[in-house]
Ligand binder design. Structure first.
Ligand SMILES: O=C(O)C(=O)C[C@]1(C(=O)O)C=C[C@@H](O)C=C1
Length: 96
């Protein structure tokens, strides 16, 4: 194996792969934390909207708004629809 200028040994393919995987996993962990934060915030805001609407005598569910949410996630296909439905369910909380 060739030594590099500063004396370090070049990394093997397996070591390079392990380092790349580690970097990607760190990014995934960061993304998951952000997604979780955003999902929780979305649920809070959705519940606040629901409370305000119902306090003003409005309906529990607003179907055209829910259709807009479903349409927004359509680009992700069938899973996008499931994801949108889950987000809507989380937002309903104790309301629904
Ligand atoms: O947009 C509203 O009016 C909401 O109450 C928010 C929200 C949502 O989570 O996106 C929640 C319940 C409604 O049925 C429609 C949409």
């Amino acid at each position: 194996m060739n030594a590099t200028v500063d004396g370090d040994q070049p990394k093997s393919d397996a070591e390079e792969a392990a380092a790349a995987i580690d970097g990607f996993r760190q990014e995934i962990d960061h993304l998951d934390a952000e997604i979780l934060r955003l999902v929780k915030r979305r649920a809070e805001v959705s519940q606040e909207v629901g409370r305000a609407r119902m306090a003003a005598g409005g309906p529990r569910i607003v179907y055209n708004r829910e259709m807009d949410v479903l349409a927004r996630y359509r680009e992700l296909g069938a899973e996008g629809r499931e994801l949108a439905m889950i987000l809507l369910r989380l937002g309903r909380g104790r309301l629904g």
